[in-house]
Design a protein around this ligand. Structure first.
Ligand code: FES
Length: 136
């Protein structure tokens, strides 16, 4: 088969340049994960705003925040940013974040499911389906 183009231009032209937009979503994802982490910290209070308490909802929020951070930090954009914007990671193994990056696709599914379950949990609490069970 002949190549349809004379020269490979990679992601420098439309439509593949649209893939580069994903890099900027990394920063938005960091913001969302930070807000969820703040919410998770607040979940360690009881209904009287006393600290040091925990309910099932706290566990749900905590698991959700951890999975979202793992997903966000395993993004290729994070690897690129933290790794010093290197183009060849194999030449700079100290800055290689491969261990966290390798399960990225699996973390995407886990975090997607955890977001849905956390939203469902909050929805059920909001409509009064049950009270958040207190652990301590
Ligand atoms: S979200 Fe960045 S590589 Fe998947």
């Amino acid at each position: 088969m002949p190549e349809p183009r004379q020269k490979y231009t990679g992601e420098t032209r439309f439509p593949l340049i649209m893939q580069n937009i994903h890099r900027y979503f990394f920063y938005a994802a960091m913001l969302v994960a930070s807000i969820l982490t703040y919410d998770t910290v607040l979940a360690f209070r009881d209904e009287h705003y006393e600290w040091g308490h925990m309910g099932l909802g706290t566990v749900v929020f905590l698991a959700n925040a951890v999975l979202l951070w793992m997903y966000t930090l395993s993004c290729h954009s994070c690897r690129h940013t933290v790794g010093g914007r290197l183009k060849h990671f194999s030449k700079h193994p100290v800055r290689y974040l491969g261990k966290l990056n390798a399960p990225h696709a699996r973390l995407a599914w886990y975090s997607l499911i955890s977001v849905a379950l956390a939203d469902l949990y909050v929805y059920l609490l909001a409509i009064g389906a049950f009270d958040d069970p207190t652990l301590f």
